[in-house]
Design a protein around this ligand. Structure first.
Ligand code: HEM
Length: 415
């Protein structure tokens, strides 16, 4: 019996609703009993220990380029549907290995400066208040915190960053949601290729127009910085600019939604921690880091084996897909003291939620700021909010992101 056949006895089915709601018990089991697990249902390796997740992200045994093989294996009809989206995704630095990645990152970092991000703080505060006012005005007790707050705030922030008018929100949300069923690895969507292609085409057309306008009428801001970003005379081509805008919008939207949603849910599930935060607002920094670690928005990262190698006695072959399970690594007792305890005062917290190595998140500063401002504004406005006792959250059915598509809460005016 081969190693892969033997692993079939170990049942790990991420689409099981029980696992979707709480994947952590199975991660504990995988980490201890089968840390390099072959999943027949995913047809992929599932790697769960902290150092086994971190180290390959720092090495070149794994590649981020899973598009080339995926695209070349597609039947002609599907390849035709996905032609445009693959064209743009191929220009995303997050899907490129060196040297292409090195070049794109060196140019793009000129736009991702600390000042550009600090300048967004007033926008984040203003958007939080607008959204909370809207909930207040509706005067209903029951609120879906994802739809009414957590998913809107990061979308408006990224739109402000890129200079997209806020009234484009519904279009951008739809295009981004359509793309995410493909990119985030949703399982149960039959028309996911058509939806993703349509979302990508519409978003690309919008950014082509916006970039042309900005080139013709320069105006200070992040988009102008991206257009002007220059590394020894090398700049982003028009296609790379469009692709990068789509990436930034996409990368910064769902991830931060899930951070804010998961943060709110954890605070309501752990009232002792909530009370500590309310009593000592300075804890917001370590609280957001602890949310990232304990139940963060990055469930997994996807890689492809680029060099045959062995890990814990298993042979990983070139071309095989690997899920490095960040949320499992973040609960590994080899790396964290009392990892199953949600402790907003935790000091030693080297979680892997923003990735590691050359692809480490470029928007970490911005999303941390969004998480902190959003959670504080929410708790200040609704200190007596509770999880809806008559309802349960809906979890996102995907391997890569970790979050909810709906979080029902009751916004009580007082105890
Ligand atoms: C809580 C929110 C966020 C989380 C958890 C997150 C997480 C990540 C992770 C794990 C990666 C590495 C992916 C990999 O190695 O395959 C990444 C890359 C990236 N992120 Fe984020 N991200 C967040 C928000 C943002 C925001 C707000 C932006 C933009 C403003 C952004 C822009 C990027 C970019 C451009 C990359 C690609 C970097 C590269 O490939 O070199 N992210 N992010």
């Amino acid at each position: 019996m081969s190693v892969k056949e033997a692993d079939k006895n170990f049942v790990y089915d991420p689409s099981d609703p029980i696992i979707m709601a709480d994947p952590f018990p199975i991660y504990d089991k995988l980490r201890e009993e089968d840390p390099v697990h072959w999943s027949p249902c995913l047809k992929s390796w599932v790697i769960t220990r902290y150092s086994d997740v971190r180290d390959p992200l720092l090495s070149d045994n794994l590649s981020v380029n899973r598009l080339t093989k995926f695209y070349s294996n597609l039947p002609p009809r599907q390849a035709a549907i996905l032609k445009d989206i693959i064209h743009y995704l191929n220009l995303w630095l997050v899907f490129r290995d060196p040297p292409d990645h090195t070049r794109l990152r060196r140019i793009m970092r000129h736009a991702f400066t600390a000042e550009a991000i600090v300048q967004m703080r007033p926008n984040i505060e203003e958007i939080s208040q607008i959204l909370l006012d809207r909930i207040d005005r509706n005067a209903v007790n029951k609120v879906d915190l994802i739809g009414d707050f957590a998913s809107r705030l990061p979308a408006y922030v990224i739109m402000d960053l890129l200079g997209v008018p806020r009234d484009m929100m519904d279009d951008f949300k739809k295009w981004s949601d359509d793309m995410s069923v493909f990119i985030g690895g949703a399982r149960n969507s039959l028309d996911k290729y058509e939806r993703a292609a349509d979302g990508c085409q519409k978003m690309a057309a919008y950014f082509q127009k916006l970039i042309k306008e900005r080139q013709a009428n320069p105006r200070l801001g992040f988009l102008m910085d991206l257009i002007n970003a220059n590394e020894e005379g090398d700049t982003l081509s028009d296609d790379e600019l469009v692709a990068s805008c789509i990436l930034i919008l996409f990368a910064g939207h769902e991830t931060t939604t899930n951070l804010i949603g998961n943060a709110a849910r954890l605070m309501l599930e752990y009232p002792d921690q909530l009370n500590q935060l309310l009593a000592n607002p300075d804890l917001i920094h370590s609280a957001i880091e602890e949310v990232m670690r304990f139940d963060g928005p990055t469930n997994a990262l996807v890689r492809v084996v680029s060099k045959d190698h062995e890990l814990h006695g298993k042979q990983l072959h070139e071309g095989e897909r690997v899920f490095v399970m960040v949320n499992s690594a973040n609960r590994d007792p080899r790396a964290f003291v009392a990892p199953q305890v949600f402790d907003i005062r935790r000091q030693q917290n080297r979680h892997l939620t923003f990735g590691q190595g050359i692809h480490v998140c470029m928007g970490a500063k911005l999303s941390r700021e969004e998480g902190r401002v959003a959670l504080q504004a929410l708790l200040k406005r609704f200190p007596y909010m509770v999880l809806d006792p008559d309802d349960t959250p809906d979890w996102i059915d995907a391997m890569v992101p970790r979050g909810m598509s709906r979080l029902p809460v009751v916004v009580k005016p007082s105890h």
